[in-house]
Design a protein around this ligand. Structure first.
Ligand SMILES: [Zn+2]
Length: 505
């Protein structure tokens, strides 16, 4: 596998107000109805005197995990949390993580977030420094510009800023709980995030801290060598529409908008010859492409009725059942894509998940919320239903690392002060984001996706991509997708069932 090394930097790209570059293919469905239903009020978290001891232990485990420390080694260490520091003891060595003072937490709740840039613990020539020139740490209590870890004696190091709190708040999406700002679909946007405002949404910052801690541990345990970090991939497809119920303007759009007259012809004469609609046929094509490149796709299906934002297809139709059977036989994963009105944990969410389980014939399934309508409370809604994983945590308006990570993790609920029994596989990029929201050309989209892949590879994370069946019909962006697959050829898929059963990544 080789990726271009000459990819331009992923700088901040403004969110557009006008449609996309070169094609109207990926524009989301238009409706005159602007729904405010289901938009959640913010659930501000009172941090009191700061994160609990349990939350800090959770944050340390997540950090240690990102340093490639094996579980057996981690189990031999002791971690003590006091008011002013968390101290990790490994044999006769110690690492001290300073805590922010208790007076800081009421200031933080006001929404004034400070971000600092720290340097590597060791400044020697480092092949990782091209992509990670420094460590960007949000939600800190003071200005700081030194190394992320400072050596205080032969056997001890200290992290002078409250890194564990930053890890916790970033992974648990603290700022989204604190904010009242939402778009018309009730979504917290990248443009509101501390990561885009401070231009680090393109960096898996939490995973990068693991690289710094790895240096520290290597200095304390000279015989220890971290396991090799390897890239994994999660290709996923939200099946929003399949050409049923039949829709003439949609079929004509294949020619007018997507310059694909064969797709229009297929839709028009299909009913006579028993052909599948183009959009349903494209679902099979997605699976075929994955297989051809040595990978597996996850296809998330809907069971929502027709609304202004849901096409309302019927999974019981024979052509759909045939496609589901083909996908199963090809070894593809099937999951759930709850409809627009399920946001907020309504009874409808439970109904749709149940129906999809029946159709798929499996209870252990994962998926993604339609329209990326998501809030930190959605984790609890999904947990209640016993879903295996969610893969919604990515921004609709900008690609990048919404939770500062590309390593799947069990989220921490700040409201409940406990871990959630659900795996989060963070979404990093979606076709509609590139083409519609960011208005990027296919070439620029490809460059950004490949740089995102490089960053995942460096930290040993999962490159999670969402590509819709409709996008495959677009000559420009369909081609981009195939180029991404060629670059990823035979990259191992992320095995979430293994992670769930063993707790190991
Ligand atoms: Zn959708």
């Amino acid at each position: 596998m080789s990726f271009s090394k000459q990819i331009p930097d992923l700088e901040r790209v403004p969110t557009p107000l006008a449609p996309l570059h070169g094609s109207q293919m990926l524009v989301p469905p238009v409706s005159s109805r602007i729904s405010k239903e289901g938009i959640l009020p913010s659930l501000r978290v009172q941090m009191g005197r700061g994160p609990s001891a349990e939350a800090r232990l959770y944050a340390f485990r997540e950090l240690a995990f990102r340093s490639a420390i094996p579980q057996e080694l981690l189990d031999s260490w002791s971690v003590e949390v006091s008011d002013d520091a968390t101290v990790v003891t490994l044999g006769d060595a110690r690492i001290r993580f300073r805590h922010a003072p208790s007076t800081f937490w009421s200031e933080l709740a006001g929404g004034n977030y400070q971000v600092v840039h720290a340097s590597w613990p060791y400044q020697f020539v480092n092949h990782r420094a091209d992509l990670v020139p420094d460590f960007i740490v949000p939600f800190v209590d003071r200005t700081y510009a030194g190394p992320l870890f400072v050596r205080t004696s032969e056997k001890s190091w200290e992290c002078p800023i409250d890194l564990l709190a930053s890890v916790l708040l970033t992974l648990s999406r603290f700022e989204e709980l604190q904010s009242d700002e939402r778009d018309m679909h009730g979504r917290f946007l990248a443009t509101q995030s501390v990561a885009l405002k401070h231009n680090f949404l393109h960096r898996p910052v939490v995973d990068e801290y693991g690289l710094a801690l790895e240096q520290v541990i290597q200095s304390l345990l000279p015989g220890w060598r971290p396991a090799e970090r390897r890239l994994m991939v999660k290709l996923s497809h939200d099946i929003d529409e399949i050409g049923f119920p039949r829709n003439m303007s949609n079929s004509l759009g294949h020619t007018v908008k997507r310059r694909k007259p064969s797709a229009t012809l297929r839709d028009l004469i299909g009913p006579i010859f028993g052909l599948r609609p183009s959009l349903l046929e494209a679902v099979l094509r997605l699976a075929e492409l994955s297989k051809r490149h040595g990978m597996v796709s996850a296809l998330y299906w809907k069971f929502s009725g027709q609304t202004a934002w849901d096409s309302g297809y019927d999974l019981a139709m024979k052509p759909v059942r045939e496609v589901l059977s083909c996908l199963r036989n090809a070894g593809m994963e099937l999951g759930v894509h709850p409809g627009y009105d399920t946001f907020g944990g309504s009874r409808q969410l439970a109904d749709e998940v149940e129906r999809i389980r029946e159709v798929i014939g499996e209870s252990l399934i994962g998926g993604r919320q339609h329209f990326l309508r998501w809030h930190p409370c959605t984790w609890r809604d999904w947990e209640k239903l016993g879903l295996a994983y969610d893969s919604t945590v990515g921004f609709s308006d900008h690609i990048g690392f919404r939770a500062g990570t590309c390593v799947p993790y069990r989220p921490w609920s700040l409201e409940l002060n406990r871990e959630i029994a659900l795996l989060e596989i963070p979404l990093l990029a979606m076709d509609v984001t590139l083409a519609y929201y960011m208005r990027l050309s296919p070439e620029r989209s490809l460059a950004m996706l490949l740089q995102c892949v490089e960053r995942c590879k460096l930290v040993g994370g999962v490159f999670t991509l969402l590509w819709h069946n409709r996008s495959l019909l677009d000559p420009n962006y369909g081609h981009t997708y195939q180029k991404v697959l060629s670059a990823l050829e035979f990259t191992p898929g992320f095995d979430w069932k293994h992670t769930l059963s063993t707790g190991q990544y």
